[in-house]
Design a protein around this ligand. Sequence first.
Ligand code: FAD
Length: 307
Amino acid sequence: MAGTRTAQLIEQKPVYRTFPVEVARVRRLGPSFVRITFTAECLRSFGAGGDDQRIKLVLPQPGRTLADFPSGPDWYQRWLAMPDEIRPNLRTYTVRAYRGDSAELDVDFVLHGGPASNWAAAARPGDEIGLLGPDRPGTGRMWGCEWAPPVTASHLVLAGDETAVPAVASIIEALPPCTRGIVCLEVPEEHDRQDWNLPDGVEVRWFPRCAAVPHGKLLEEGVAAALDELRPRSRGGAAELDDVDADTAKLWDVPDIVEDAATPGSFYGWLAGEAGVIKRLRRLLVSDYGVPKQAVAFMGYWREGHC
Ligand SMILES: Cc1cc2nc3c(=O)[nH]c(=O)nc-3n(C[C@H](O)[C@H](O)[C@H](O)COP(=O)(O)OP(=O)(O)OC[C@H]3O[C@@H](n4cnc5c(N)ncnc54)[C@H](O)[C@@H]3O)c2cc1C
């Protein structure tokens, strides 16, 4: 797993709190995506971290309110102990954009079915939920931001499925203009493609499944093609990986920022999406293409068949 964070960073960890928010606007981005803009005065003090910052959504059960959600230091244990029919759903999402001046925060939802996705599909201005996030601005990974390539990384590969599109969009819109890289994104439909401001050296390749192929197949082929272009196979240096069970193990590892010789200084991979697909992509990078493990961040954002 990721290396130990410094004590100093842990001390700087903000207090997380629930921000009660209401829907200000709903905008359909494509067949599979809807953008919800949340607003509330309290969002002015939200601790925005940028890039792939994650938050939790607190979704009250139908007919109930945010008042059900426990507060205080033991909120998690109390939340776990609640009866199923009352316990609000908690789901992880990405901050697509934050505008402190207007007290607004955007989240892009994939419409695939499930409590959060269904809530987003039906959301209307004035609907209320909670956002669980840091209560003051932060500076790095302790704030739910995993994007941390070494400064020496000159070639990037970012790959993900539709759930990673909001994170990838936020990351690449903030990249320095000199960045070079290939971004591979698998989405459900052709019209799910989005347009972003990119550095000239970054190319986004979309892989719409159009229901014709299994989840992840096009993404795996696309990433292999990108790797062929960016770095030659180096099987000699390839690392053997432990066989991780994508159904039970937590598929998540973000290397600490290392600027030493173990990191080749030219390549960084960021992978996020369905856990089984991410496991295979990581193997492709590390075992087949010899990318050092320390140069690959991988995150299972969801798991086929699991809530
Ligand atoms: C750090 C992080 C950031 C994330 N950011 C976003 C984001 O910005 N936008 C976003 O839409 N999602 C994002 N996700 C993924 C999101 O948390 C999951 O998709 C979550 O399962 C959705 O909750 P739900 O209540 O709709 O469905 P659940 O109740 O969790 O799942 C219901 C069913 O739907 C399946 N399912 C879940 N996701 C998908 C999918 N994408 N396609 C097909 N089936 C699916 C599950 O396997 C399950 O069978 C993120 C996850 C993480 C860990």
